[in-house]
Design a protein around this ligand. Structure first.
Ligand SMILES: NC(=O)c1ccc[n+]([C@@H]2O[C@H](COP(=O)([O-])OP(=O)(O)OC[C@H]3O[C@@H](n4cnc5c(N)ncnc54)[C@H](OP(=O)(O)O)[C@@H]3O)[C@@H](O)[C@H]2O)c1
Length: 214
């Protein structure tokens, strides 16, 4: 399957490309700067240009599935949260509907279910994630929404926990590598379609957790 990754140069995106290739998919790495093309190729992806604040639709040509794992990041302001995390994500959903790309995996965030319960500085971001998730759910797409807890760059453990929504300080963090592996598994597991799954670090092998064999 051709899988377009929006945010391919990000922490999860970089982990995702080789895992998609290893699973037999043809990853398309959508990045916003040609200087990132070589790194995409090195990870087994076909690089294409796309900017969520500009044009990206052509980068989805031929894709069978799209993974949204872009984000404006913590060092930008509310303007970028609106333009990238909210409006950019909604525009990608629209582009998929328009192009007939049915399968969509959204990397959202824990806390998006109840933004006002999150720490105050995070609330605009959580609102953006929540609104993008709701828009995706209301679309005609076969969507899986993953809401990971705080991300780390630790080595993957190949295991997760599907937890209830919680943003308290005790919620275990999760390596980006394990979120990437969970994305790959979702593409293969039909029962994840229509689901919103909260992911933390844990003990259950990723595929087993997502298949519901836990
Ligand atoms: N950080 C956390 O603890 C946490 C927790 C839960 C969920 N999340 C979510 O998980 C996802 C992945 O997180 P991450 O830490 O792997 O992300 P990241 O490393 O910050 O990467 C985000 C990527 O988005 C790209 N991007 C930003 N603006 C863009 C635009 N206008 N057009 C196209 N691409 C754009 C960036 O491109 P450049 O490389 O060119 O800058 C970057 O590659 C995000 O959606 C994030 O909100 C994060």
């Amino acid at each position: 399957m051709q899988v377009a990754v929006i945010g391919a140069n990000g922490g999860i995106g970089r982990q995702l490309l080789p895992r998609l290739a290893d699973a037999g998919h043809d990853p398309i790495g959508v990045v916003r700067d040609e200087s990132q093309f070589e790194a995409v190729r090195d990870r087994g992806g076909e690089p294409r240009l796309g900017d969520l604040e500009g044009d990206f639709e052509a980068a989805l040509d031929g894709a069978d599935a799209v993974v949204f794992t872009a984000g404006s990041g913590g060092s930008t302001g509310a303007d970028k949260t609106l333009m990238v995390d909210l409006w950019g994500a909604r525009r990608v959903v629209d582009a998929c509907v328009e192009a007939g790309i049915d399968r969509f995996v959204m990397v959202s965030s824990i806390g998006a279910g109840d933004p006002l319960a999150g720490p105050e500085p995070l609330r605009p971001y959580l609102v953006a994630k929540r609104c993008a998730d709701d828009y995706l759910k209301q679309s005609s797409l076969d969507a899986t929404i993953l809401r990971p807890t705080r991300l780390t760059d630790a080595d993957g453990t190949e295991a997760v926990s599907l937890t209830v929504e919680s943003l308290d300080g005790d919620t275990p963090e999760i390596p980006r590598a394990d979120v990437a592996q969970a994305v790959v598994a979702c593409l293969d597991i039909d029962r994840t379609v229509g689901e919103t799954l909260h992911l933390t670090g844990g003990e259950t092998p990723i595929e087993r957790a997502l298949r519901g064999d836990d």
